[in-house]
Design a protein around this ligand. Structure first.
Ligand code: FPP
Length: 249
């Protein structure tokens, strides 16, 4: 399946992806986990390209979770190095394709070089407007929510926020990931049916799509299948099918 076969009138505005299975892919080949991550870069590139071709406005990739810091030291430093190299290499492609790079997560916990390169890429691509690519780095939803609670408590104490007047929009304004519209579609590779602490607040109404493909094998064709599957679903947001039909007329 290719991007030409997709109905362009019903493309999700925001797609989030849990890229999983690099380690298992490498193990099947008798290679190191890092080899799996390196081979995951092609899948990243194909996904970005397909999303841009289809007119997706926001694409969020879960590249490194708060929990990933507990992995073996060599894997963590190898992944950070790979991130720096990939970001550096891809700036040109992001500029050519008018894609802005953003990041969410505990970015100050990243190694200095990684942080600097990331900020440089964000600065350089800030004026681009076709699509926004958001990297979730040292991110977890619970981390984001705890942070939000602390900041909100501080603002209540200083009188900036009145208890009892807190709304969904107030909460959103404390969540960096809510600076973008909520994802309508969440894709996870590798056959695991879990959310793994990713955008818990923001995916309240997202459609979930799981594929057995391991991330390094994920291609444009797989991305298109996920969107075609999404387009077959009826999104009711708590309403009945009849209410939806009536509101269309
Ligand atoms: C999950 O596979 C994947 C990751 C933790 C890292 C993903 C990173 C990349 C593909 C590198 C480049 C990315 C960007 C955005 C520049 P896993 O290691 O959890 O696999 P397993 O579940 O089989 O062990």
């Amino acid at each position: 399946m290719n991007t030409a076969e997709i109905d362009k009138t019903r493309i999700p505005e925001h797609i989030a992806v849990i890229m999983d299975g690099n380690g298992r892919w490498a193990k099947q080949k008798g290679k190191s986990r890092l080899f799996g991550h390196k081979n995951g870069v092609r899948a990243v590139r194909e996904t970005i390209e397909a999303a841009a071709e289809l007119g997706v406005k926001y694409l969020t990739l879960y590249a490194f979770s708060t929990e990933n810091w507990n992995r073996p030291k060599a894997e963590v430093s190898g992944l950070m190095e790979l991130l720096v190299i990939t970001i550096n290499k891809e700036i040109k492609t992001l500029m050519e394709n008018n894609i802005a790079l953003k990041a969410i997560g505990d970015l100050h916990s990243l190694p200095e070089r990684c942080y600097k390169e990331l900020m440089r890429a964000i600065r350089e691509t800030a004026g681009n407007s076709k699509m926004t690519l958001i990297l979730a780095l040292s991110y977890s939803s619970k981390w984001e929510l705890v942070n939000a609670a602390n900041n909100l408590a501080r603002d209540v104490k200083s009188g900036k926020v009145i208890p009892g007047e807190i709304t969904e929009d107030t909460i959103n304004s404390y969540l960096p990931a809510s600076a973008f519209p909520d994802p309508e579609l969440l894709i996870r590779t590798s056959g695991e049916h879990r959310i793994s602490n990713f955008l818990l607040w923001q995916i309240a109404y997202a459609e979930l799509y799981f594929t057995d493909k391991l991330w390094p094998d994920f291609r444009k064709d797989d991305f298109c299948h996920a969107i075609a599957d999404y387009q077959k679903r009826e999104r009711r947001f708590g309403k009945t099918s009849e209410q939806l039909v009536n509101s269309e007329n």
